[in-house]
Each structure stands twice: as C-alpha cells, then as structure tokens.
Write a protein that binds this ligand. Structure first.
Ligand SMILES: Cc1cc2nc3c(=O)[nH]c(=O)nc-3n(C[C@H](O)[C@H](O)[C@H](O)COP(=O)(O)OP(=O)(O)OC[C@H]3O[C@@H](n4cnc5c(N)ncnc54)[C@H](O)[C@@H]3O)c2cc1C
Length: 421
C-alpha cells in the first residue's frame, strides 16, 4: 500500500528468539474495542507460538530457497483462526481487537515477517469482506478466505505509481450494470495466489485522489490476468507480484469505496498497517538480539565469551536501547489506532503511526545487521532466521508507505507543532 498527500496503523508481550511469550504486559489497559477475552487470548497466543515453532520456523529457509509463498502453511494457520483474526465472532472469526492482532503478528514475525505479512494481508481482506461487503460478498468469499481456500490482496500500487497513490492509472469506466476496469497492478502482496482483491482505480482521470474508487474484484473472472510472481533478493513468502485488468467488468455491487471516499478510507486504514509493520520490526529485532546474546555468551575469543568484550556488549546494549524505544513508539501507535477505530477519526493516529514506522524500520535494518555481525560468520547461515529478518526489515521500509513518506508526514507536521505562536 502506498501513501501520499492527505494520507493519513505493539504492545505485545515480548518474546525470546525461541518465541516464548513472556509476561510483560504491553497492551493498553483500556482498549476500547474489547476483542477476545484476555485469558482466552493469552491461551490463543500460546497456541500461535506453538504453530509458529512447529509449522513455520522449520520450513522458512526451504520455502525461501524454493522462492515461493506457503499456501499450505497459511491453510494450516487457518485451522486455528489466523486468517480470521478481525472477523467478528458472529461471522465465524476470532473477533480480535487491533492490539491483539498486532500481538499475534509479532509472535509470528519472530521467525518470519514475510509469512506474517502474507497471512495478515489475507486476514485484512477477510475482515473487510465481513465488515464492508454485502451479504452476497460474504456468502461468496468469507468462508473460503477464512479457511485459506482463497487468498486476498489489497492493490493500490502500479508499475507507474507507488508512493504517489493518487496518480494511479488503472481506470474504472461506468458501463451498464457496473464498471469496466483496465490497467495493471504491481508489487501486490499475495498476488502469486490471491483472487479476492480490493483494487483501487481512477474513475475520473486527472482528478487524483478525488476520483479514486475501490472495488472487490474476483481473479477467477474474465478480464483478470495474473502475472508471474517476482523473484526478489528475499521475502518470497510474501508472494509479491502483479496482475492486469483488461476489460474486467465489476458489477455495481462490487464497488466498495465510491469516488471521494475510497482514497481517504485507504489513507485512514494505512495507520493500522504502519503500526503492525512496526510491531513486526520489534519482533525481528528482539529475536535477533536474543540470538546474538546467546551466541555471545557461548562463543569465546581471546580467552573469554565474546560478549565479555566491551566493544561488542555496548553495541548490543545500544540495540536493546533502541528496541525499547521502538516498542514504546509502537505501543503508542497501537493505542492511537485503537482509539481512532473507536472514534472513527483517524487523524490522531497519523503521526504516532508515522513515528513508529519510521523509527522501527530504520533501526531494525541497522540493528539486525549489528546483531548478525556480533554472531560472526555463523550469523549468515540460512539455518538461522537472521538473514531472513534482515530482508524483512528491508521490506518493512517500503510497505504501507516508504520510510521517506513517513519522514515527509512528520516533516509536514513540524510547523503546526512548533511554529504556531
Ligand atoms: C514486498 C512488498 C510488498 C508490497 N505489497 C503491497 C501491497 O500489498 N499492495 C500495494 O498496493 N503495494 C504493495 N507494495 C508496494 C509499496 O507500497 C511501494 O513499494 C511503496 O509505496 C513505494 O512505492 P515505489 O516502490 O513505487 O517507490 P516510488 O514511489 O517510486 O519511490 C522511489 C523512492 O523515492 C522515494 N520518494 C517518493 N516520494 C517521495 C517524496 N515525496 N519525498 C521523498 N522521497 C520520496 C521513495 O520513498 C522511494 O525511496 C509492496 C512492496 C513490497 C516491496
């Protein structure tokens, strides 16, 4: 998802690299969207950690070497409800709060942020079908999405427009009974397999955000052509790719976000995405730091554990120091997004989400590299998840608005914050 102009989502118990959830509470005490009962949720988080350690962690390096998404593991995840986290319980989902969802993506990201990102993207589509779709949409797609029989994507980015989302060129032209969509989407999470897609298109070329509308499109219909998934430096578990729309006919009821509303809604929901990406970064740094500390206490050089050398220990202390700051910024963003979901006003979540994403993504990349350096050459082995985390941190710097877009968002707030009197 991109971000622009009027653009407008940790606070989880941290865990060790092995992923054991500890009991430090980070969730906001007064979460206005209650979500799952706290005791039930705690037991569920333990179940997720077990799923991660048995079904995901042992396979990440193999999936990555095969350069592919892991639909079979997503289907297994669906069996404990992981593709339906925010779907209301009345519709068969887990009915989680946003904060609880952030906690779960953090649990998964301790071993694979790309896997967690793919999973959460289908989950987001399921929640939107549940909350914004018609009865017919729910009937057609919801059970399949929640069970991992179909996968979901949210498609803003195009070959010619990423950060500048308002400049998309895919057109939506009114036709009898609906809309005709023509254009191409690029860099779309899950596009390797997804066919239930929230897709943004321009209804009034030249009007930028005002004319943008969103549609629920079905990749099994004529006019949809899936393009080959991308080969990347890493992160194939995200299933990134693109598709073309050539005379795709969206029936009128598949218009989800009408012009003048869809752009703003996309920019509002991106605060949540930025916040869970920040939570993912905290998890990757914490896991890698724990790995570096374990290694440093066991590996000896010059007659003592390498962590006994002050030059190395101080570097890791710096990583922990920035991790603490990252976690606090993320907690603040979770609280702000939670509040915005409660009030319906996303504006107060913009800056907390931008600060959290900018700080966590920038520090994650540098600090995961520092932890790998502290593990010597051993840190590079693909049998460890550290290199995968480094790629995950790199990816986090692009998705849901690049680091520069977060910086720009903060920069544009400076005058209002400091130069008003
Ligand atoms: C693994 C992965 C998964 C993704 N999943 C999705 C998805 O599911 N759905 C989707 O719609 N998109 C997705 N994206 C696309 C992502 O949102 C874009 O990569 C991002 O918005 C940046 O767009 P761009 O790559 O086209 O870079 P560009 O917009 O072309 O920017 C190029 C560079 O210029 C910088 N830049 C741009 N504007 C400014 C400015 N005003 N000031 C300063 N610097 C600027 C950018 O930060 C970047 O460094 C994904 C990307 C990746 C890598």
């Amino acid at each position: 998802m991109a971000a622009e102009e009027s653009e407008i989502p940790h606070n989880m118990p941290p865990r060790s690299a092995a992923g054991n959830v500890d009991d430090r509470a980070h969730l906001p005490a007064d979460d206005p969207i209650p979500g799952m009962d706290a005791a039930v949720f705690e037991a569920f988080a333990g179940e997720v950690a077990q799923f991660r350690d048995t079904a995901v962690a042992p396979n990440v390096a193999r999936w990555e070497s095969e350069k592919r998404m892991a639909p079979e593991a997503l289907r297994e995840a669906s069996q404990i409800g992981l593709l339906a986290m925010e779907v209301p319980a009345s519709l068969g989902g887990l009915g989680m709060s946003f904060a609880q969802k952030c906690h779960i993506v953090e649990v998964l990201s301790a071993v694979s942020m790309p896997f967690a990102f793919s999973l959460v993207n289908t989950g987001n589509v399921a929640a939107r079908v549940a909350n914004l779709g018609s009865d017919a949409h729910r009937e057609r797609y919801l059970a399949d999405l929640m069970a991992g029989r179909r996968f979901g994507s949210t498609a803003l980015t195009e070959p010619g427009a990423g950060s500048d989302f308002a400049n998309i060129a895919t057109t939506a032209t009114p036709v009898e009974g609906g809309w005709r969509l023509d254009g191409a989407k690029a860099w779309i999470t899950n596009a390797a397999h997804s066919d239930v897609i929230f897709c943004y298109a321009q209804t009034e070329p030249g009007s930028r955000g005002r004319g943008i509308a969103s549609f629920l499109i079905d990749g099994t219909r004529p006019g949809f052509e899936r393009l080959p998934p991308y080969e990347l430096a890493g992160g194939h578990l995200i299933g990134t790719g693109g598709f073309r729309l050539d005379g795709y006919i969206a029936p009128a009821e598949d218009l989800i976000g009408p012009p003048t509303q869809a752009f703003g809604a996309a920019m509002s929901s991106v605060n949540g995405a930025r916040t869970y990406v920040a939570a993912m970064c905290c998890a990757m740094v914490e896991a890698t730091l724990a790995g570096a500390v374990r290694y440093g206490t066991q590996r000896e050089a010059f007659g003592k554990p390498v962590i006994g050398h002050q030059g190395l220990a101080w570097k890791l202390a710096g990583v922990q120091n920035r991790l603490e700051a990252a976690q606090l910024l993320t907690e603040r963003a979770v609280a702000a997004v939670t509040e915005s979901l409660h009030t319906g006003d996303a504006s107060a979540a913009i800056l907390p989400a931008a600060h959290a994403k900018k700080f966590t993504t920038e520090t994650a990349e540098a600090d995961i590299a520092a932890c790998i350096q502290a593990m010597g050459a051993e840190g590079l082995r693909s049998s460890h998840p550290w290199g995968h985390h480094l790629v995950g941190a790199r990816i986090a710097n692009y998705v849901d608005g690049s680091t520069e877009i977060q910086t720009d968002r903060i920069a544009r707030s400076l005058a209002a914050t400091y130069a008003t009197s």
